[in-house]
Ligand binder design. Structure first.
Ligand code: 13P
Ligand code: SF4
Length: 310
């Protein structure tokens, strides 16, 4: 079966099984093409809440499918490749944060959505990179503990100078591996290009940017800008999608190493096989299973994110 034939088969199986496909913007084009909903993690969380389909098949990493399950507990939610996890989401656990809270109880705990459901149960509000500034500004308490990403946290801290933001030492291994020298090299090669960056990169990289924002923010900025050339400082798939959508502009990945290997684990055959598994009910599709107690306890801070960020 070639790619087009497999996409056709997927579209048919989607209909037959009542499945909606949600794909994060870091997924390959052949996957976003057959998805019902695409976007960054904030948009997909909101989309997951309003879906009518019986089944949701998530193409992304584990915490994203978990978030979809928490927001749509009556649906069966599947992850297209069960091995796709986000290393940042595993860096801190509930016990660690509960211990820090016990020592410093006056802080509102703000968790990047890239965290496990278990950790979310001890947090006050979630944020995504597109909603972090708005939400932290809207929190009445001036004392914040921001976890786990210290780079996104630093970006929030600098843009919310009235808040006392405490950070811990976590972050995205893919974005944090980029250096200021990578930026200088890309700028030397493309002197007319604007540099757009995701705030998961280190502060010394973000400082060199013409625009810093979430995946959706970068896409929106590049599409609306009158500029013709852009260096894209986030996962390389975003430069590829933008190049496809805006053929009259030029997009350069900041470095070819800015690849999230976890996001790249999911392939079109994974999507096809998952749908065959959903159709046959043979248990081969990777369903997200969570008990009601965990769903209720982890949902509070996601609902709070949607309330403050909406
Ligand atoms: P967004 O919140 O921009 O979708 O980013 C998610 C992510 O994992 C970025 O690395
Ligand atoms: Fe996690 Fe980084 Fe991959 Fe995003 S890019 S899913 S934060 S490892």
């Amino acid at each position: 079966m070639n790619i087009r034939e497999m996409q056709e088969a997927i579209l048919k199986l989607k209909k037959e099984t009542g499945t909606a496909i949600l794909a994060h913007s870091y997924q390959a084009r052949e996957i976003t093409e057959i998805a019902d909903y695409t976007g960054d993690s904030y948009k997909l969380s909101v989309d997951a809440k309003g879906i009518d389909n019986e089944n949701i098949l998530f193409c992304g990493v584990h915490f994203m499918a978990e978030t979809a399950k928490i927001l749509s507990p009556q649906k069966r939610v599947y992850l297209a490749n069960p091995h796709a996890g986000c290393p940042m989401a595993e860096q801190m656990d509930k016990e660690m944060i509960a211990a820090i809270k016990a020592e410093d109880p006056d802080r509102t705990v703000v968790a990047y959505i890239n965290t496990t459901a278990s950790l979310k149960t001890v947090c006050d509000v979630c944020v995504t990179s597109s909603s972090a500034l708005k939400i932290v500004k809207a929190i009445e308490n001036d004392k914040i503990l921001f976890i786990p990403d210290c780079n996104l946290g630093d970006f929030v801290k600098k843009n919310c100078p009235d808040k006392d933001v405490k950070l811990l030492n976590g972050g995205c291994p893919t974005h944090a591996a980029v250096s200021a020298n990578d930026v200088l090299a890309a700028k030397a090669e493309h002197p007319d290009a604007l540099f757009l960056v995701h705030p998961e990169c280190r502060p010394q990289v973000v400082e060199l940017a013409d625009y810093a924002g979430s995946t959706a923010g970068i896409i929106d900025f590049a599409m609306k800008s009158d500029a013709k050339e852009f260096i894209i400082g986030t996962e390389t798939s975003i430069a590829e999608h933008l190049q496809y959508d805006c053929p009259d502009k030029k997009f350069y990945p900041l470095t070819k190493n800015l690849v999230c290997n976890n996001m790249k684990l999911t392939t079109l055959p994974d999507v096809y096989r998952s749908l065959l598994g959903i159709a046959s009910g043979d248990g081969s599709a990777a369903e997200i299973i969570m008990d009601d107690e965990m769903i209720a306890a982890s949902r509070k801070c996601i609902d709070e994110m949607i309330r403050l960020g909406g």
